[in-house]
Design a protein around this ligand. Sequence first.
Ligand code: SR1
Ligand code: MG
Length: 382
Amino acid sequence: MQNGVKTELTMTEAEVITYVKRRQDLVGETAVLSCQEIGDGNLNYVFRIKDEANKQSFILKQAGPVARISSEFVVSTDRNRLEYQLLKEYEKIVPDFVPKTYLYDTEKNCLIMEDLSNYTILRTALLSGQFLKHFAMHLATFMAKSHVANLDWVLGGKAKKDKLKGFINPDLCEITEDLVLTEPFYDCPRNDMSQATKALAHELLWTDEVLVNQVKCLKWRFMTDAETLIHGDLHTGSVFVNETQTKVIDHEFACFGPAGFDIGSLVANLMFAKLHHKAVGTEGADTYFNETIHTIIDQYQRIFKEQWIKEGLDDQWLCAHQLEKIMADAAGYAGCELIRRVIGIAKVSDVQSLLEPLKSEVEAQAIKLGKALILNQTFHFI
Ligand code: SR1
Ligand code: MG
């Protein structure tokens, strides 16, 4: 038991093998299975199952009743259904950018999907200096196409409301509302930072009423603005890349929310990679990250407009107006993401892997950049 919740719902490696063996539709009688738990995220258990006999492998992702990062977070295992539903949705709209899903089990709250073992997590690739180019265009396409396809204007008001019912995600949205949009902006006991960073947070954030009020507005919009279907946690740890392809994973935060939230999360995490490389003095990193971020921002808007027309929408004023709002939101949410990864409980290795004094310097830069993005609600100055 953890926090009064039965943890025995989560399978062991041996149980996963027995479970998969029973799925003859997946592995067949000749399968020789081995299994390893490889998850390092904050929420779920991720098992890699190898079938030596048939030279194939799968990923089984199981949602436990509490978050891995802390049993304080009791999160509905329904998140597995939401993830499955979003994967199916993306398979229709942006099939090249998601892993294939083979099975969803409502009893065990697990999914079996394509093993992307020949890919690397984008955050890891970037930190190790693999300055890949293709993913910027892929992620701009992924976001713009999925966002436009789920606008009220495209689905129709009634059908959109009907679809929205299937993506109500109170527990995971609450995590975002608390960890991203509330706790970093006051002296919350759950925050986690050094004394020096705390002093800076006090000086630059917690005592700045204008900033705190802007964040309240961003939180309010996140809670109430069901603009379109969003991934909801699109950081560089939610993306797999290889030399030519890009796959977006970890879809359990899916909800109808402001489109700018996805763009902001992604851009902020690229900024963390940039700050990391700047701190350690990697040559060419500044130019690479600036170009990558600008490609995402520019291409998102270009593809958004293109999709708008493809969907048969002809009101160009509305398109421009909505895009303007989305990009302002994106800058604001990027600011919140930059600040929460420094002050809040959920960290990023871009910062955590640095030694002092570099770590504190990058934390201060992230706080200042985050603040400027929230106050200005534009990327124009970056
Ligand atoms: C309790 S979950 C903490 C964080 O991990 C996820 O990846 C989300 O970013 C969430 O905010
Ligand atoms: Mg995740």
